[in-house]
Each structure stands twice: as C-alpha cells, then as structure tokens.
Design a protein around this ligand. Sequence first.
Ligand code: ZN
Length: 392
Amino acid sequence: MLRHILVFALSAVLILTIILPGFTDANSRLDELTRRIEELKKQEAAQRAKMREVENQIAQIENQQAQIREDLMAIDLKMNETQEKINELNKEIDKTTKEAEQTAKELEQAEMRVAERDQLLKTRVRAMYEAGDVSYLEVLLGSRSFGDFLQRLRVIKLIVDQDRKILEDNKRDRDLIAQKKQEIEAYLDELQTMFAEAEALKVQYEKQKKERLVVMAELQEKEGELEETLHQYDQMVMKLAEEQEKLIQEKNSIMFDMEFDGVFAWPVPASHRITSEFGYRKDPFTGKTSGHNGMDIGAPTGTTIVAAADGYVVVAGYVRGFGNTVIINHGNNVRTLYGHIRNGGIMVKVGQKVKKGQKIAEVGSTGRSTGPHLHFGVYENGQAVNPRKYLQ
Ligand SMILES: [Zn+2]
C-alpha cells in the first residue's frame, strides 16, 4: 500500500549527520568559517589590547627619557658653570700665589731693612755711649768748647733719633707687609677651599650624569625590546586580519548570491502527489508512532527533482536512512533535504551553487524506502519544520 517508507526515527540521525565533523560539507564549513572568523576577531582584539598596553609602556618610557634628557641638560649647564668657576679660581689662585710670593719677597726685604736699621742704630747708640768708639768720641772730643760739645752731642742725638724713627717706620712697614702677607695667604687658603669644593661638585655632577646615562641606556634598551614586541604584535594582528579576510572571502564565495525569498519551488514539478505529510504518524516498519520530519512526494523513478530555492549544495551523497541525499543551504539558516534519490541520480556536487528550479536529482527509492518517492525535508537552524511553511 505504501509506495515508500517514511523516515521517522532517522530525523535524529539526520540532525546528527549535519553536525558531525565527519560530514565535512559546505554547510558545516560555513559554520566553521563563521566560528573561526569570530575567534580570529577575538584574537585580534586581544592582540590590539596588548599592543595598546605596550604602546602605553613605550609612551611612559619616552616620558622618562624626556625627563632624563632635561636632567642631563641641567647637569651639563651646572657642569659648565662649575668648570668656568674652576677656571676662574685657577686664574685667581695663580694670581694670588704670585702676589703671595711677591709679598714674601717684600717682607723679606722689609725684614732686612729693619735688621740693617736696627744694626745701624745700635752702632750709633753704642758709639754715643761707649768711649771705645773713636770716631764718635773724636767728634765729641774734638769740640772746641762745652757749648760746642753740647752742640755736637745734640746733633748726634738728632741722628740717633732720626735712625730710631726710621727703624720705627721700617718696623711699621714690615708689620704692614706681614699683615698683607697673612691676608693674602688666608685668601689663597679660601680660594683653594673653593677650588676643592668646585672640583668635588664637578665630580658629583659627572657621577650624576653617568647615572642618568646608564638609566637612559637601560630605557633605550627596554624601548627597543618593546618596539620589537609591538612589531611582532603588529605582524600577528596583520596575520590575523589576513586570515580573517581569507575566511570571509571563502564565506562570501559560499554564500554568494543566495537570496532566500521565503518561497520554495515545488521540488518535484511533475508530481504533486503527497504520500506523507510532515508530522506524527505510524512507522510502517515498527508500527510505533513517531514524527515524520519531512514531506513525501510520490513519483516514478527518474522523475526530476529541482532545488526548492537558490543555495549551495552541502551534502551530495549517501546518508544512512535517507539513501542518496542532497542537502542545500539557502542561507538564513534554512536548508532543504532531498532523500531516496535513485542510484546515479545525484546531479550536483558539494559546494555547487544551484538556482531555484534547477534540476538537482532524480526520484528513487534508496535508503529506508518502500517505493520511489522524494522525501523533502526543511530545516531551520537544524530543526525540521513543516515544508508547507515555504511551499505555496
Ligand atoms: Zn519521508
């Protein structure tokens, strides 16, 4: 009575076969592509986030470098100032040293003058009081009268007084020079202290400069490393973008001109004889009630089966239960299944684009079938739906 066997329990098998990885058809490839593109997008976003982080690090390092360059300029300025000061101090020390030498000489001469004058005075005073000295005694004794003697004595006294006065002057002069010498020497000491301080400062600045340069070199090395990392990340991002582009192109080529308008062509133009509608009914083999996940259209073997809508072939081969089967993806997650195709009756290949109404196969009775008919299944997101939904 039944010209074909309806596929009840096999609905689950079909859904499984569509999902199973062994079934590498264009359909699962599309899913795979969509999933992979999403994954790549995530990877790219993560990579870009890492890049931003590295860029921030580089910016920080550049700030630090700018700060160090400023420091170095300030240090150089101070070093120059210090060097100038050192040069001036050097000149001043040279000048003052010469002055000190000159003053030492002057002091020596002054001391000599004092000593000479002292000596002279002593001689004259001795001559004045000691009878042993002939020349002065003679001067005195040679006086013609007491008045003359007094007169002469007064003259000698005047000379001695004058000598004493010159000696005093010489001593004062010497003391002044000695004081001057002391002052110059104190000044020289001061200059030398300042010089030592400036030199110490210079050493300190040099040390600071060296420290900054070491830090700078470290920062430059770190920056170089980060730049390299950034470059690597950049290349990775480019690679990810390229990969995405390739997959998107593949996806587009699979999806190309699929515009499912929601209206199916009748899959067997030559026959409108429905032998089993979609829904629940008795299994002719087991007698059990189960769902029929498609619509059966009875037709003689060899009758033309056409694509219900534009799409691409995702399965074109034997499927357990359905026998020789074609599955077409129409986009919008809608697929159609054509089962029990006669041996040699599949006219399309996986990945092939088909147009609505295009012949894709011929009616047969392969698989779990009791007679020639087309099992026409419609799936939305992998779930079987009543084909009537899209058939006018
Ligand atoms: Zn069926």
